[in-house]
Design a binder for this molecule. Structure first.
Ligand code: ADP
Ligand code: MG
Length: 233
């Protein structure tokens, strides 16, 4: 089976006035389809940089990235935008919802941006809102929702193009522990549907609910461990 993701010797250098920052210094791993990976590591170890590369939001300085078997380096900026819009779903720590829009309008937003709004969009967004447990909050605005509910909206928005690969940067970083578990349960259900998920977290309780943890340190993979299903935590 084709891997969801294969990266080899990925490097990312940020040239700054005071010198170059090497955020990633040769990272290699493979993510099979259907995996649920947590990326951990101290602040500054390169987690967000790696997630941005995996999400085709940025290009590596060196190294290879195959997404679903395709070489990302050979894609034009337009092709990358198409990949982001149709094959990837993004979830962020700060939810990134638009405060003036309702729940349903926020979920619809990627369709609007990518010119994919059509007569079926509204019904599809309603069912996604229901899917994440917000069927009775369709016309609420973000300020009228709890943090956990806002993250549910963001997850529904990330699903609007039915991506097979989801990326989440500290998705529970702003949530209390009970809400964190609810959001992880939702992500686990999406993984059970066959979606590949890579999430960044600094919380061991979150990593414990994923199938595998990759630990970064100073821009390198320090460890990469599978979690045995059912093993005591
Ligand atoms: P993490 O998410 O693990 O905290 P980051 O990937 O955000 O780490 O950052 C890794 C390193 O790269 C840090 O030293 C950070 O200061 C640096 N860095 C990140 N983004 C940029 C940027 N846009 N320009 C310059 N340096 C950056
Ligand atoms: Mg980060």
């Amino acid at each position: 089976m084709t891997s969801a993701v294969q990266i080899r010797n990925l490097e990312k250098l940020y040239p700054l006035a005071g010198g170059v920052v090497a955020a990633l210094r040769g990272v290699s791993f493979e993510v099979p389809q259907g995996d649920f990976v947590s990326i951990m590591g101290p602040s500054g170890s390169g987690k967000s940089t790696l997630l941005n590369l995996l999400g085709c939001l940025d290009r590596p300085t060196a190294g290879e990235y195959f997404l679903g078997g395709e070489n990302v380096a050979e894609m034009s900026d337009d092709q990358l935008a198409e990949v982001r819009a149709t094959r990837l779903g993004f979830v962020f720590q700060s939810f990134n919802l638009l405060s003036a829009l309702t729940v349903v309008e926020n979920i619809e937003l990627p369709l609007y941006y990518s010119g994919r709004l059509n007569r079926d969009s509204r019904a599809r967004c309603h069912s996604l809102a229901k899917r994440v447990g917000l069927g009775d909050r369709l016309d609420h605005r973000p300020a009228q929702l709890s943090g956990g509910q806002q993250q549910r909206v963001a997850i529904a928005r990330s699903l609007v193009n039915d991506p097979r690969f989801m990326l989440a940067d500290e998705p529970t970083g702003n949530l209390d522990s009970a809400t964190t578990l609810e959001i992880l349960q939702l992500l686990k259900e999406l993984n059970d549907e066959g979606r590949t998920i890579v999430l960044v977290t600094h919380e061991p309780e979150v990593a414990a609910l994923t199938k595998r943890t990759i630990l970064l340190r100073d821009g390198l993979v320090q460890s990469d461990e599978l979690r045995t299903p059912g093993a005591p935590r």
